[in-house]
Design a protein around this ligand. Structure first.
Ligand code: COA
Length: 297
């Protein structure tokens, strides 16, 4: 789909995107590039990184990739430094790297729980922390008078509770808390805007194939109003809005991009039945028992 934004809204910007070579991260990389940014991708798989960079370059986007695992402090330091050395500055950090699998809490080992927190929560903080000296107002390589922007990819699972996702719910709750706290501290001290995006189910992503395999969820989908699959494009457009000047007054927010799904509950009673039943119940409730004053309504 064509972007509704002008093609130069990120002109001259440099973005580092973890998990930027696949899924939602790759679409964000692509759209940032199409809107004028140079992009650096971080990921664990060389082959995936290489092919992502060649696609981006074929679109005329200045792109580079660095192998690294956000769980390793030394990788985070090296990749952030390499991005700076390659492009001369960093304006935007997107934390899109994440880990996930479906498992009941009973069957999840503490190490499995920790692994996802290490990737999503600690990894996000580590990357933010490493990038701070480049993103902050007056930071290394910055010739502008403003700070940069961070986006943390989150989820909606933890707003209530979700089956077989205790590890990810806990991890994303920590990510949202990190988003808000950094927005406060770094917004105040360094003019950096820190926001999140909470995607709903997005087609063609590793998350979708891992978490919502057809054989498991087809019945759920039928029973959940507002269940629609989003596109990676939807998330990339939200990201563009948040990091561009269009979102310059947005800080500390996590934008839910799920078509309203997280609000969804099964409809237990039809609209017609509500019409019928509600009136008669109301009527009965107004017939006051003996000794009770009548309603004046
Ligand atoms: N069910 C239950 N436990 C699982 C599991 C599953 N499907 N997959 C992994 N684990 C557990 C392992 O058993 C291990 O715990 P243990 O040591 O107590 O046995 C722990 O998680 C770490 O697993 P390991 O395979 O060593 O981790 P890894 O570092 O190689 O991989 C994952 C990390 C598991 C998060 C892997 O899925 C991954 O790399 N994901 C990235 C991509 C992704 O998930 N994308 C979707 C984003 S929404």
């Amino acid at each position: 789909m064509e972007s509704p934004f002008k093609g130069d809204i990120l002109k001259g910007k440099v973005a580092l995107i973890t998990g930027g070579a696949s899924g939602i991260g790759f679409e964000i990389s692509t759209q940032f590039g199409k809107h004028g940014a140079s992009v650096a991708l971080m990921g664990r798989r060389k082959q995936v990184l290489d092919s992502a960079v060649s696609v981006l370059k074929s679109l005329g986007i200045p792109a580079v990739a660095f192998e690294g695992d956000v769980r390793k402090q030394e990788d985070a330091t090296r990749v952030v430094q390499s991005t700076f050395q390659h492009f001369g500055k960093i304006d935007i950090l997107v934390n899109a790297a994440a880990g996930n699998f479906l498992v009941s809490a009973e069957d999840l080992s503490p190490n499995g729980f920790r692994t996802v927190l290490d990737i999503d929560s600690v990894g996000t903080f580590t990357m933010c922390h490493e990038a701070l000296k480049y993103l902050k107002k007056g930071g290394q390589g910055r010739n502008s008078s403003t700070g940069g922007a961070i986006i943390n990819i989150s989820a909606t699972l933890h707003y209530t509770a979700n089956w077989y996702q205790v590890h990810v719910s806990a991890a994303k709750a920590a990510v949202d808390a990190t988003t808000r706290n950094l927005a406060l501290e770094w917004g105040t001290d360094h003019d950096i805007r820190v926001n999140g995006i909470a995607p709903g189910p997005i087609s063609g992503t590793p998350g979708m194939s891992k978490l919502a395999p057809d054989e498991v969820t087809s019945k759920d989908r039928e029973e959940r109003p507002l269940y629609k699959l989003g596109e990676k494009w939807d998330i990339a457009m939200a990201a563009l809005y948040l990091v561009s000047d269009a979102g310059k007054f947005v800080n500390g927010d996590t934008l839910i991009v799920d078509g309203g799904l997280w609000l969804s509950q099964p409809r237990h009673i039809s609209k017609e039945a509500v019409k019928q039943v509600s009136r008669s119940i109301e009527k009965k409730s107004r017939v006051a028992p003996v000794g009770v004053p009548k309603s004046k309504l």
